[in-house]
Design a protein around this ligand. Structure first.
Ligand SMILES: C[S@@+](CC[C@H](N)C(=O)[O-])C[C@H]1O[C@@H](n2cnc3c(N)ncnc32)[C@H](O)[C@@H]1O
Length: 235
């Protein structure tokens, strides 16, 4: 992949720095809380049944991609960080992994049965989310499914606000990073997905506590690219 700029360069460089530490700390999907594991398991079951390829966008060290592959899903992992991709390739030699960005996937239109973005879109500034969601829709085949999970913001403004924005300078045991996290309200995520031409079929918001006792909200959204013959709302 060529040079990237702005927030993408910050995220790429930061995840290159923390890649090994992140891979050691992040739990494998089998160790997730039962609800998260259940929803991910349902996606795996659906995608294994549907056939076709699922792209794990922002795959990090590849643990989730490995879980999909073990469940019978044909999966390809993609990440901005070449170090993450290197770790993923060593950990899951049976799964293909590529370096790339969710802002321009380099995948043929309609080529995929599924897209999974697992805790990977919260570094994308909200003003760039419409382009990312449009890219997810573009690469999905009609009837293809998206699962999006990650940190979200508070409800209450009808989805109009952009949510909280935090700049991080260290992570994963004090390693230096420089990126922002954006906690977008769930209603806004739903609105943007629908505006991109996807039909949101399920949403789940969980209040969780981090290992250090911090309260966080996580959201999971399931969506489908409308099957051929139906008229999408956009694009
Ligand atoms: C918190 S980690 C999650 C990794 C993995 N999905 C997991 O659940 O363990 C976020 C990952 O998203 C990747 N990422 C962030 N923005 C990206 C982008 N624009 N395109 C591709 N990957 C991105 C980062 O490099 C990082 O590996």
């Amino acid at each position: 992949m060529g040079r990237v700029s702005g927030f993408l360069e910050e995220v790429r460089a930061s995840y290159d720095t923390v890649a090994e530490a992140y891979a050691e700390r992040v739990p494998a999907p089998g160790a997730l809380d039962p609800l998260s594991r259940g929803v991910l398991g349902a996606f795996v079951e659906e995608m294994a049944g549907a056939g076709g390829t699922v792209l794990d966008v922002g795959c990090g060290p590849g643990k989730v991609a490995g879980y999909l592959a073990a469940g019978g899903v044909r999966v390809v992992g993609l990440d901005l960080s070449a170090r993450m991709v290197g770790i993923a390739r060593r950990a899951q030699p049976e799964v293909p992994f590529v370096v790339g960005s969710m802002t321009a996937l380099g995948v043929r239109a309609g080529a995929l049965a599924g897209v999974l973005a697992y805790y990977s879109t919260h570094h994308t500034p909200p003003e760039h989310l419409p382009a990312v969601y449009a890219e997810f829709r573009r690469v999905l085949a009609p009837g293809g499914r998206l699962m999006l999970a990650g940190y979200v913001g508070a409800d209450g403004d009808g989805g109009g606000g952009e949510g909280e924005r935090l700049r991080h300078t260290e992570a994963y045991g004090g390693l230096p990073v420089s990126y922002e996290s954006h906690y977008v309200p769930p209603e806004r995520i739903v609105r943007l997905l629908e505006a991109a031409g996807l039909t949101v079929t399920a949403r789940l918001v969980q209040e969780v506590e981090s290992a250090k006792g911090a309260k966080r909200r996580v959201g999971t959204f399931l969506a489908v690219r409308p099957p051929a013959g139906t008229s999408p709302r956009a694009g």
